[in-house]
Design a protein. Structure first.
Length: 205
Protein backbone atom coordinates (compact mmCIF):
# COMPACT_ATOMS: atom_id res chain seq x y z
CA UNK A 1 0.00 0.00 0.00
CA UNK A 2 1.53 3.31 -1.11
CA UNK A 3 2.17 5.73 1.74
CA UNK A 4 2.08 9.50 1.23
CA UNK A 5 3.18 12.36 3.47
CA UNK A 6 0.22 14.37 4.71
CA UNK A 7 0.07 18.07 5.56
CA UNK A 8 -2.35 20.77 6.58
CA UNK A 9 -3.41 23.49 4.16
CA UNK A 10 -0.42 25.64 5.22
CA UNK A 11 1.98 22.79 4.31
CA UNK A 12 2.77 21.83 7.91
CA UNK A 13 3.82 18.16 7.96
CA UNK A 14 1.40 15.93 9.90
CA UNK A 15 2.62 12.38 9.23
CA UNK A 16 1.82 9.70 6.64
CA UNK A 17 -1.27 7.91 5.38
CA UNK A 18 -2.15 5.42 2.68
CA UNK A 19 -3.08 6.74 -0.73
CA UNK A 20 -6.66 5.47 -0.30
CA UNK A 21 -7.04 7.16 3.09
CA UNK A 22 -5.63 10.41 1.70
CA UNK A 23 -8.38 10.60 -0.91
CA UNK A 24 -11.19 9.36 1.34
CA UNK A 25 -10.42 11.76 4.20
CA UNK A 26 -9.14 14.60 2.04
CA UNK A 27 -5.66 14.97 3.52
CA UNK A 28 -3.35 17.50 1.84
CA UNK A 29 -0.47 15.72 0.11
CA UNK A 30 2.35 16.45 -2.36
CA UNK A 31 2.35 15.85 -6.09
CA UNK A 32 4.76 16.49 -8.95
CA UNK A 33 3.46 18.18 -12.12
CA UNK A 34 5.54 18.55 -15.27
CA UNK A 35 4.17 20.57 -18.18
CA UNK A 36 5.99 20.42 -21.50
CA UNK A 37 5.82 23.53 -23.66
CA UNK A 38 7.18 24.08 -27.14
CA UNK A 39 7.16 26.74 -29.84
CA UNK A 40 6.10 25.90 -33.40
CA UNK A 41 6.18 28.63 -36.06
CA UNK A 42 6.24 31.32 -33.39
CA UNK A 43 3.26 29.91 -31.47
CA UNK A 44 3.42 28.31 -28.02
CA UNK A 45 1.90 24.88 -27.47
CA UNK A 46 1.37 22.68 -24.42
CA UNK A 47 1.54 18.89 -24.54
CA UNK A 48 -1.39 17.12 -22.85
CA UNK A 49 -1.60 13.44 -22.06
CA UNK A 50 -4.83 11.56 -22.74
CA UNK A 51 -5.58 9.55 -19.62
CA UNK A 52 -6.28 5.87 -20.17
CA UNK A 53 -9.91 4.76 -20.08
CA UNK A 54 -8.77 2.25 -17.42
CA UNK A 55 -7.85 5.01 -14.95
CA UNK A 56 -9.91 5.10 -11.77
CA UNK A 57 -10.17 8.90 -11.80
CA UNK A 58 -10.84 11.10 -14.85
CA UNK A 59 -10.58 8.28 -17.45
CA UNK A 60 -10.30 9.36 -21.08
CA UNK A 61 -9.69 13.05 -20.34
CA UNK A 62 -6.80 15.32 -21.33
CA UNK A 63 -4.46 16.26 -18.47
CA UNK A 64 -1.07 17.67 -17.41
CA UNK A 65 1.76 16.28 -19.58
CA UNK A 66 3.05 14.10 -16.74
CA UNK A 67 2.16 14.09 -13.05
CA UNK A 68 2.07 11.85 -10.04
CA UNK A 69 2.04 11.51 -6.27
CA UNK A 70 5.21 11.89 -4.21
CA UNK A 71 5.52 8.88 -1.90
CA UNK A 72 6.41 9.24 1.77
CA UNK A 73 10.10 8.35 1.21
CA UNK A 74 10.53 10.62 -1.83
CA UNK A 75 11.60 14.22 -2.22
CA UNK A 76 10.36 16.58 -4.92
CA UNK A 77 13.24 15.75 -7.29
CA UNK A 78 12.20 12.10 -7.28
CA UNK A 79 8.98 13.12 -9.02
CA UNK A 80 10.84 13.53 -12.32
CA UNK A 81 10.55 9.74 -12.69
CA UNK A 82 6.90 10.29 -13.63
CA UNK A 83 7.90 11.88 -16.94
CA UNK A 84 9.82 8.82 -18.11
CA UNK A 85 7.37 6.33 -16.62
CA UNK A 86 4.23 7.85 -18.15
CA UNK A 87 5.42 9.22 -21.49
CA UNK A 88 8.91 7.76 -22.02
CA UNK A 89 10.83 11.06 -22.08
CA UNK A 90 14.13 11.27 -20.19
CA UNK A 91 14.45 14.56 -18.30
CA UNK A 92 17.05 15.93 -15.90
CA UNK A 93 16.05 18.27 -13.07
CA UNK A 94 18.49 20.84 -14.46
CA UNK A 95 16.32 21.11 -17.60
CA UNK A 96 13.21 22.05 -15.66
CA UNK A 97 11.98 25.49 -14.61
CA UNK A 98 10.39 25.42 -11.15
CA UNK A 99 7.11 27.34 -11.12
CA UNK A 100 6.44 26.88 -7.40
CA UNK A 101 3.84 25.11 -5.28
CA UNK A 102 0.29 25.61 -6.52
CA UNK A 103 -2.46 24.31 -4.22
CA UNK A 104 -5.29 22.33 -5.76
CA UNK A 105 -8.59 21.10 -4.31
CA UNK A 106 -11.31 19.00 -5.90
CA UNK A 107 -14.15 17.08 -4.27
CA UNK A 108 -16.07 14.33 -6.03
CA UNK A 109 -18.34 11.69 -4.56
CA UNK A 110 -16.12 9.40 -2.45
CA UNK A 111 -12.94 11.12 -3.65
CA UNK A 112 -11.37 14.26 -2.14
CA UNK A 113 -8.18 15.53 -3.76
CA UNK A 114 -6.16 18.20 -1.93
CA UNK A 115 -2.72 18.64 -3.43
CA UNK A 116 0.29 20.81 -2.82
CA UNK A 117 1.45 20.53 -6.44
CA UNK A 118 5.13 21.16 -7.18
CA UNK A 119 4.83 22.50 -10.73
CA UNK A 120 7.66 22.34 -13.27
CA UNK A 121 8.06 23.32 -16.91
CA UNK A 122 10.15 21.61 -19.57
CA UNK A 123 10.72 23.67 -22.72
CA UNK A 124 11.45 21.22 -25.51
CA UNK A 125 10.13 20.29 -28.93
CA UNK A 126 9.31 16.57 -28.94
CA UNK A 127 7.90 14.92 -32.08
CA UNK A 128 4.68 13.08 -31.22
CA UNK A 129 6.12 9.78 -32.45
CA UNK A 130 8.97 10.06 -29.90
CA UNK A 131 6.69 9.47 -26.91
CA UNK A 132 6.51 6.01 -25.35
CA UNK A 133 3.22 5.72 -23.51
CA UNK A 134 2.59 3.74 -20.33
CA UNK A 135 -0.57 2.19 -21.70
CA UNK A 136 -2.31 1.49 -18.37
CA UNK A 137 -1.91 5.20 -17.55
CA UNK A 138 -1.78 7.11 -20.84
CA UNK A 139 -3.45 6.39 -24.19
CA UNK A 140 -2.37 9.43 -26.22
CA UNK A 141 -0.45 12.72 -26.44
CA UNK A 142 -1.83 15.94 -27.92
CA UNK A 143 -0.55 19.46 -28.49
CA UNK A 144 -2.82 22.39 -27.69
CA UNK A 145 -2.08 26.07 -28.42
CA UNK A 146 -1.37 27.62 -25.01
CA UNK A 147 -3.27 30.84 -25.69
CA UNK A 148 -6.27 28.93 -27.11
CA UNK A 149 -6.40 26.77 -23.99
CA UNK A 150 -6.27 29.89 -21.81
CA UNK A 151 -9.10 31.46 -23.82
CA UNK A 152 -11.13 28.23 -23.59
CA UNK A 153 -10.95 28.42 -19.82
CA UNK A 154 -11.06 32.16 -19.18
CA UNK A 155 -12.02 33.83 -22.47
CA UNK A 156 -14.81 33.44 -24.97
CA UNK A 157 -13.69 30.35 -26.89
CA UNK A 158 -16.01 27.35 -26.62
CA UNK A 159 -13.71 24.80 -28.28
CA UNK A 160 -10.11 24.43 -29.45
CA UNK A 161 -8.40 22.46 -32.22
CA UNK A 162 -5.89 19.90 -31.01
CA UNK A 163 -3.72 17.35 -32.76
CA UNK A 164 -1.86 14.33 -31.55
CA UNK A 165 -1.59 10.57 -31.44
CA UNK A 166 -3.80 8.01 -29.79
CA UNK A 167 -3.47 4.25 -29.40
CA UNK A 168 -6.46 2.33 -30.70
CA UNK A 169 -7.86 -0.95 -29.36
CA UNK A 170 -5.20 -2.90 -31.31
CA UNK A 171 -2.33 -0.91 -29.78
CA UNK A 172 -1.72 0.90 -33.08
CA UNK A 173 -1.02 4.63 -33.08
CA UNK A 174 -3.29 6.84 -35.10
CA UNK A 175 -2.87 10.55 -35.77
CA UNK A 176 -5.88 12.62 -34.80
CA UNK A 177 -6.93 16.24 -35.25
CA UNK A 178 -10.12 17.23 -33.50
CA UNK A 179 -12.03 20.03 -31.83
CA UNK A 180 -12.62 19.66 -28.08
CA UNK A 181 -14.39 21.68 -25.42
CA UNK A 182 -13.75 22.05 -21.68
CA UNK A 183 -15.47 18.75 -20.93
CA UNK A 184 -12.54 16.90 -22.59
CA UNK A 185 -10.05 18.21 -20.00
CA UNK A 186 -9.63 17.13 -16.38
CA UNK A 187 -11.77 19.59 -14.38
CA UNK A 188 -9.03 21.13 -12.25
CA UNK A 189 -10.48 24.16 -10.54
CA UNK A 190 -10.26 27.57 -12.19
CA UNK A 191 -7.83 28.98 -9.61
CA UNK A 192 -5.38 26.17 -10.24
CA UNK A 193 -5.57 26.52 -14.02
CA UNK A 194 -5.29 30.31 -13.80
CA UNK A 195 -2.17 30.24 -11.58
CA UNK A 196 -0.56 27.47 -13.62
CA UNK A 197 -1.23 29.03 -17.01
CA UNK A 198 -0.04 32.47 -15.89
CA UNK A 199 3.19 30.85 -14.66
CA UNK A 200 3.59 28.87 -17.90
CA UNK A 201 3.04 31.98 -20.01
CA UNK A 202 5.57 33.97 -18.00
CA UNK A 203 8.46 31.65 -18.98
CA UNK A 204 9.40 32.62 -22.51
CA UNK A 205 10.83 30.10 -25.02
Amino acid sequence: MEQLKIFNKDRKYLGTASRDEVHIKGHWHETFHCWIKTEINGKEFLYFQLRSKEKKDYPGLLDITAAGHLLSHENVEDGVREVEEEIGIKVGMDELSYLGVIPYEKELEGFIDREHAHVYLLKRYIPLESFTLQTEEVSGIFIVPLEDFYQLWFGNMTDVSIEGIKENAHGERVKITMKVDKKMFVPHNDTFYKETLEALKSVKP
